[in-house]
Each structure stands twice: as structure tokens, then as C-alpha cells.
Design a protein around this ligand. Structure first.
Ligand SMILES: *Cc1c(COP(=O)(O)O)cnc(C)c1O
Length: 399
């Protein structure tokens, strides 16, 4: 990276997301090690980079994951898959969310593997491939009990037969069979065994119909780290690649490093008297004189308003409680009798290695999951990608 970029990024942002690509690489390698079998083999690794890389920036995360050996990348939408190619990714990519009438051609001509949940969807994909005079790579999804997307077992025999016929016509090649777990973060839940059993039956039916897919896959992050029986040929790992625990309470220390830090610059610091009430609705009143700090980020940046009077951040060497209502553009923290100044850095959440809270802690405060915390932050936050192994820095607009 050029010195120019580094100095541009050194200008303090009002508030920013900092993503460490070295942490992504570390996590992908670590997950490979965690899923390795005793003989040194193990499933293929798909890194899931949908939803702008869970808020971390899809293309830079994809590049880091490939550097760390990701065999596949997974996204939800066709547009996301095309954007990966526009970002120069050349490896295998699977996408799995489309609606009737969507244009498959851009994905098919870019060698994306697309998913079919139904006969109608398979027919649409085949038609797009025929129109292009090419062969579409298709993975069939079976609903093994999540009751979300995918083909119900009762309809599966017809789907695999139709898929085999489409293969014989030449416009389709079935590259994979897959499904998705409902309760992977609760490894003892009986639904896991049941879904594995239904998946095995579906694989057998596909085999009986003459399909010879390259990959069969079922596991998300939680199943990747907790249920080797669910690994099949590949694991689809999203949240754990970003360093967050996919099953808090069920996992031990996985040795992952959170890749995202959200920080801001204190806009103002003021001393108030006892009895001063803070922010909209005066939902907090100072019981004694105290020093308040103004953090210039709010729910427009995706910070949950439910953290009003509940969450905390790291500033001036300590945890600092949020006081009063978290607003659209800003919130107020309590610095007590400590010294702090406008211009000081506030860490809203980060790796957890430096005393600041983690995305997991924010999730617990507002009764949600870490996924939602990192995926929804954005708004007016600048996003900067750094690499703690090479000391490189790149602002988003340089990507
Ligand atoms: C998002 C998603 C994943 C990744 O889930 P994590 O829990 O983040 O690992 C895997 N498979 C499918 C189908 C998904 O939609």
C-alpha cells in the first residue's frame, strides 16, 4: 500500500469501522484446523461473504479468505455473486437466493453455481442456459426440516429426476446437493440428528436418480465447529470467519479473532451538575456531578437504540456506560470524574483484547445475536480495511 493511502486513512474519521483482514485470514485458517479430521483431511471450506461480508466489506473479505485457502465463497443473491466476479474473484462461488423472473444469465456466464429449490426454478435456470448456449452449474437444495427455502422431501424425487433429465439435455450440470440446519447452535437438539438423517436419504435418492454431484453440504459455522457428523464434503462458514462465536455458551475458546472494530472520535466533553438529565426523554439523570462525552454515531449508523441506558463503550482507559437515549446521530457516555477531551478515541466494540466490549456483548445487551450487530452497522460510518500483518491501510474508496 502506498504512503499516500496510509496518510489519508490517518486523518481521524468522525466514526469508522476498521476491519482487520489479517484476522479474517487467521480465522479461515483456524476454522480449517478445527474441521480437520484425524487423518489430516477434512471438508472443503466455503467462506460465506453475503450481506457485504456480514458488514465487513464483501470484496476485501473475499480476497482475504481466498488468500487463507477458502475453496468456495457463498453468497445469498445473484447480484452478490456477480459483484464478486466484478471484484476479480475467479474461484468457485455458490449463491442461493432468487425469485421467479430473476436474470440468471449474468451469473451463469460468470461460472457461478446457482441453487434450485423447485422444478420451476430448475426450469428457469435451464432456459437461461439454453438461451446462452452454455451449461449452468446448479446445486439442489433440500428442506430437511428448517421449513425455509429448499425442496420438501415429498417433492425431492421429482426434482432429482427432472435435474437428471436436464443434465441429459446438456444445459445443466448438478454440482451439489445441500441443506441448512435449524438448531446447529444447540448441538444436542434432536433436530440436528433428524436433519442429517433426512439429508442422507435425499443424497441417496439423488444417487438413485443418477446424479453425481461434486459436493454435499449441510453445516454452517456452529455445525462446522460442533458437529463433525454434519460436515459431509464442505462446510459453509459465515460468522466464525469474522471471528465471532456461532454458538455462545456451547463452544469453548475457538481461538478466533473478531475482525471488526467500530470506533469514533469524541465530539465534545462537558462537566454537568447533579440533577442534569441526559438526551431525549430525560431517561437518565446525573446523581452527582459527572463528565459526559458525546459520541458522534447513532442508530443511523446501525447502533441499536435499545442500548440506551444499557450498553457501554471503551474511552479514556475504561468501560463507560451509555447514558440516556441513543439517538440517530449520537449518544452520550459517562466519564465520571476522569479526564477526557474532545478528539479522544472511543471504541464502541472490537476484538475484546483491549478492554473494549465485543459485538457479542452488544448483542447480549440488546437481546439479539452477534450477527445482527456487525451486519447492521454502517450508515455514515467510514470503513477502513487494515492488515495487522503487513501494516497496510486502505480506505473504502481506494478499493
Ligand atoms: C448465512 C448462511 C450460512 C452461514 O451461516 P453462519 O451461521 O454465519 O456460519 C450458511 N449457509 C446458508 C444457506 C446461509 O444462508
Amino acid at each position: 500500500m502506498s504512503g499516500e493511502r496510509a496518510s489519508a486513512a490517518a486523518v481521524p474519521h468522525r466514526a469508522e469501522i476498521v476491519v482487520d483482514l489479517a484476522a479474517i485470514r487467521h480465522n479461515v485458517r483456524r476454522l480449517r484446523a478445527l474441521t480437520r479430521t484425524p487423518d489430516g483431511g477434512g471438508p472443503l471450506m466455503m467462506t460465506v461473504v453475503k450481506a457485504d461480508g456480514y458488514g465487513h466489506g464483501m470484496v476485501p473479505v473475499a480476497r482475504a479468505a481466498r488468500e487463507a485457502g477458502a475453496d468456495w465463497l457463498g453468497v445469498a443473491t445473484l447480484d452478490e455473486a456477480v459483484a464478486l466476479r466484478d471484484g476479480h474473484d475467479r474461484g468457485r462461488v455458490l449463491c442461493w437466493m432468487a425469485v421467479p423472473g430473476e436474470e440468471y444469465a449474468p451469473a451463469i456466464e460468470r461460472d457461478i453455481d446457482v441453487s434450485a429449490y423447485s422444478l420451476a426454478q430448475l426450469a428457469e435456470i435451464e432456459q437461461a442456459a439454453v438461451e446462452q448456449g452454455t451449461t449452468a452449474r446448479v446445486q439442489l437444495k433440500v428442506d430437511t426440516g428448517l421449513s425455509r427455502g429448499g425442496c420438501l422431501p415429498v417433492d425431492w424425487p421429482a426434482l432429482v429426476d427432472a435435474a437428471r433429465s436436464a443434465e441429459e439435455r446438456g444445459a445443466v450440470r448438478i454440482t451439489g446437493l445441500w441443506s441448512h440446519l435449524a438448531c446447529a447452535d444447540d448441538p444436542a437438539h434432536p433436530a440436528n440428528d433428524e436433519q442429517e438423517r433426512v439429508f442422507l436419504d435425499a443424497i441417496e435418492a439423488a444417487r438413485g436418480a443418477g446424479l453425481r454431484p461434486e459436493v454435499r453440504h449441510l453445516a454452517n459455522s456452529a455445525a462446522a465447529v460442533l458437529r463433525p457428523s454434519s460436515h459431509f464434503d464442505m462446510v459453509r462458514v459465515g460468522i466464525a470467519s469474522y471471528g465471532l462465536d456461532p454458538a455462545p455458551g456451547a463452544t469453548g475458546d475457538l481461538g478466533l479473532v473478531p475482525a471488526m472494530t467500530v470506533r469514533a472520535t469524541l465530539a465534545m466533553v462537558k462537566r454537568v451538575e447533579a440533577g442534569a438529565s441526559v438526551s431525549y426523554g430525560h431517561r437518565w439523570t446525573a446523581p452527582a456531578p459527572t463528565t459526559l462525552g458525546l459520541v458522534p454515531a447513532g442508530y443511523a449508523e446501525g447502533l441499536p437504540r435499545a442500548a440506551s441506558n444499557r450498553g457501554n463503550v471503551w474511552a479514556a482507559g475504561s468501560r463507560r456506560p451509555i447514558r440516556g437515549t441513543l439517538c440517530m446521530d449520537q449518544f452520550v457516555i459517562d466519564l465520571g470524574d476522569d479526564t477526557a477531551a474532545a478528539g479522544d478515541t472511543v471504541e464502541i466494540f472490537g476484538t475484546g483484547h483491549d478492554g473494549a466490549p465485543t459485538a457479542q456483548e452488544w448483542a447480549e445487551v440488546v437481546d439479539t445475536i452477534n450477527y445482527e450487530i456487525v451486519t447492521r452497522v454502517g450508515g455514515r460510518l467510514a470503513r477502513v480495511h487494515v492488515d495487522s500483518e503487513t501494516a497496510a491501510t486502505a480506505r473504502e474508496d481506494d478499493q
